[in-house]
Design a protein around this ligand. Structure first.
Ligand code: AKG
Ligand code: FE2
Length: 291
């Protein structure tokens, strides 16, 4: 994301925190994370609604919309209003639309997308800022998605642990995640997958708040400490961040949309509905190098 994208309406919307919303409704799922937004048709948004959606995302980390009827183009266009779109390094996409990732599980699946806790594509040098998942078909129950606040997980660490983590960096690797993952969907493997080094604690560029930034999916090793120490610390941090106190859980209906901020939230999809089918598309917005 360019620096100019961080000025103007985005900054203004954050500074309005605490004021009532005028053009949308915002119903929190929990005090710390998640809110359902009403009164917004994502295919037709006023500038004021866009500002308020920005602000609702910054305040709630993940926001949900019901009963949306978007064409593929409208889904992409909604994403573009938040920045350039990200191309997934491995996952299948809709024909003719490389930015429209397919999220699908049915009776033939041996896996589903996002079954473990992760932040999307954190193995990229510049991991995506946000992901906009539009589920079109889902079972009557099951297939929920869990989200966890990495601000809350960071805040709840002891001062000693915060001091210890300060300045540490970790390797995030896509290799073990993506190699062979989409073979069944007919996607050939690439020669290599992204790998990056990111700070263990990052500062959110819009809110200025600190968030834990290691995840079970991609983070393989904290640098600058012995391997066994890295394993021990990562194991502790993963257990810590999976405390239900930091989470919300979204129950999908057909035509729901979830928009999460990968910089401060992790998520995990529940594949508890086999052999039923769940289908949708994800549009992913590019982000910046974590600092
Ligand atoms: O299917 C879901 O609920 C989430 C899957 C996932 O991890 C993603 O779309 O990034
Ligand atoms: Fe994901």
């Amino acid at each position: 994301m360019s620096l100019s994208a961080l000025s103007g309406p985005r900054i203004r919307s954050i500074t309005e925190a605490g004021l009532p919303y005028e053009t949308i409704t915002v119903e929190k799922l929990t005090p710390l994370i998640g809110a359902e937004i009403g009164g917004a048709d994502l295919a037709r948004l006023s500038n004021r609604q866009m500002d308020e959606i920005h602000r609702a995302l910054a305040e709630n980390l993940v926001i949900f919309f019901r009963d949306q009827h978007l064409t593929q183009e409208q889904h992409l266009e909604f994403g573009r209003q938040f920045g350039e779109l990200h191309l997934h390094p491995a996952a299948p996409h809709e024909p003719g639309h490389p930015e429209l990732m397919i999220i699908k599980a049915d009776e033939n699946s041996v896996r589903a997308n996002g079954e473990g806790w992760h932040s999307d594509v954190s193995c990229d040098e510049e991991p995506p800022m946000g992901s906009i998942l539009y589920i079109k078909e889902c079972p009557p129950h099951g297939g929920d998605t869990l989200f966890a606040s990495m601000y809350a997980a960071y805040d709840a660490l002891s001062d000693r642990m915060k001091a210890y983590l300060e300045g540490l960096t970790a390797i995030h690797s896509g290799e073990h995640v993506y190699r062979g993952m989409f073979a069944k969907e007919g996607v050939a493997d690439k020669p290599s997958y992204p790998k990056a080094v990111h700070p263990v604690v990052r500062t959110h560029p819009m809110t200025g708040k600190k968030a834990l930034y290691v995840n079970r999916g991609f983070t393989t090793r904290i640098l600058g400490i012995p391997v066994d120490e890295s394993e021990g610390i990562l194991r502790y941090l993963y257990e810590h961040m999976e405390n239900p106190l930091f989470q919300c859980r979204f129950r999908w209906q057909p035509n729901s949309v979830a928009f999460w901020d990968n910089r401060c939230a992790q998520h995990r999809a529940m594949w508890d509905y086999w052999p039923q089918r769940r289908y949708g598309n994800r549009v992913t917005v590019k982000g910046e190098r974590p600092v």
